[in-house]
Design a protein around this ligand. Structure first.
Ligand code: FAD
Length: 401
């Protein structure tokens, strides 16, 4: 039984792992020259099992004027038909009830991912800069504190290991916070959150899978179409045509391009974010730190400081990457001047498209086209959710094949 996995990002490569574990022969196809050349290349590195809060929430509506007028430095918005169509669906999710459901559904997926990644690590045993770092989400004011208190109680009731800390308790956990230049009134701490390099993970898994003899990687192959015959997918066409018994779409932000001609619209919008990677500064935090107000995260990864964040809604536009990473650097330096060495000239800069669904939940499982499966739309949390969603899509395939 041959399964074709489309896309060699963290979601596609992890899908290949669970398929191979279950005895399938797998071909992973990607137009890039290697694994993790899309959004999995240099993300925030956070295995954010506890911080699964939906972006679509009642408070989002109040931020719209600042977003649309360009007053929020963490977001740029350029209205387009694609954004308006997606945005209407997104706004429909901004109710308290939908926000709680979406947060908890993703939390449950994330908590399963944590256990699955532990098992995968034990089994494969390769290095991907994994560290049980813990995570602190800084709360800038009493409004954020009140929202965080409700969220923390909700998550604790679902078995999640999070606690609300005062400013002093947060500094006791992570002394580097004493050197921050942004006031904060408290923090949410999750001891179980981890940090690891998604790109190194994909490379390690690539080698492990290739050595297993069950998985073949076909790089530099652009996929143009699904081959569909009598409402059943039989393969793909593009740079190379391939036949398979099942096809799994793991194309991240680009999934809609392939699915729409087949009559499926996954409603995935590309939300651009950025990262910069710098040498460590005088007082780098060891725990991962997120500043909610600034929409940035600091992750100590591979002996460097990875600073990631922002959310731009401007379709597939990459023209402003230099100025956006300049802004990211400026804000990071204001927030945590001693976390990284900002004086280096050749900081590694990167931008990626988060594959966002309106409800923030990934699309995982069968479609109405026989033998065609989805594992896509992981938005802000693709690295965190990769194991559980890959496991789940494999279970869906096992049911019929
Ligand atoms: C700034 C930033 C920070 C982030 N931080 C975190 C974090 O800390 N923790 C976390 O969990 N998540 C984070 N994310 C989100 C995470 O990176 C993504 O959700 C995840 O990488 C998506 O993985 P993917 O495999 O679905 O997509 P991708 O990695 O983008 O893979 C899709 C692949 O499909 C290929 N492809 C597309 N179209 C075609 C075609 N027609 N033919 C052939 N190949 C094709 C591409 O080349 C690509 O390799 C962050 C994202 C950004 C932008």
């Amino acid at each position: 039984m041959h399964v074709i996995v489309l896309g060699a990002g963290v979601v596609g490569v992890t899908t290949a792992y669970y398929l191979a574990e279950n005895g399938y022969t797998v071909t992973v196809v990607d137009r890039a020259s290697d694994v993790a050349h899309g959004t999995s290349f240099a993300n925030g590195g956070q295995l954010s099992y506890s911080f699964t809060d939906a972006l679509a929430k009642p408070g989002f509506i109040a931020t719209l004027p600042a977003l649309l007028s360009g007053r929020d430095p963490a977001s740029r918005v350029k209205l387009s038909p694609a954004l308006l169509s997606w945005g209407m669906r997104f706004l429909a999710q901004c109710t308290s009830r939908r926000a709680a459901t979406n947060t908890l559904d993703v939390l449950s997926l994330a908590m399963r991912s944590e256990r699955l990644l532990d098992e995968l690590r034990d089994k494969t045993n390769f290095d991907f800069s994994y560290r049980a770092a813990g995570k602190l989400v800084l709360l800038a004011n009493n409004d954020q504190l009140a929202v965080a208190r409700r969220g923390t109680e909700l998550k604790q009731a679902h078995g999640c290991d999070v606690e609300l800390l005062t400013r002093e308790q947060a500094i006791a956990h992570e002394p580097a916070l004493a050197h921050l230049q942004r006031p904060f009134v408290g923090a949410v701490f999750s001891a179980s959150d981890e940090v690891a390099d998604a790109q190194l993970f994909c490379r390690g898994l690539r080698d492990y899978l290739a050595a297993s003899g069950r998985v073949t990687f076909a790089f530099d192959q652009s996929i143009e179409n699904l081959t569909i015959d009598n409402r059943q997918v039989t393969g793909i066409s593009g740079d190379r045509d391939l036949q398979g018994d099942a096809v799994v779409v793991c194309l991240g932000a680009w999934s809609a391009e392939l699915l729409r001609p087949a009559g499926l619209n996954p409603h995935i919008y590309p939300v651009r974010g950025y990262s910069v990677t710098l040498p460590l500064g005088e007082n780098p935090p060891s725990v991962s730190v997120s500043s909610l107000a600034d929409k940035i995260v600091f992750s100590r990864l591979n002996g460097s400081m990875r600073i990631a964040g922002f959310a731009d809604f401007a379709d597939f536009n990459t023209a402003n990457d230099k100025s956006r990473t300049d802004t990211l650097l400026t804000i990071a330096k204001q927030v945590a001047p001693q976390a990284a060495d900002y004086s280096v000239e050749n900081a590694h800069r990167w931008g990626g498209f988060r594959p966002m669904t309106p409800d923030g939940q990934p699309l995982v499982g069968a479609t109405r086209i026989r033998n065609l499966y989805l594992n896509t739309g992981h938005g802000m949390l693709g690295w965190t959710l990769a194991c559980a969603s890959a496991f789940d899509v494999t279970q869906a395939i096992l049911k019929t094949h």
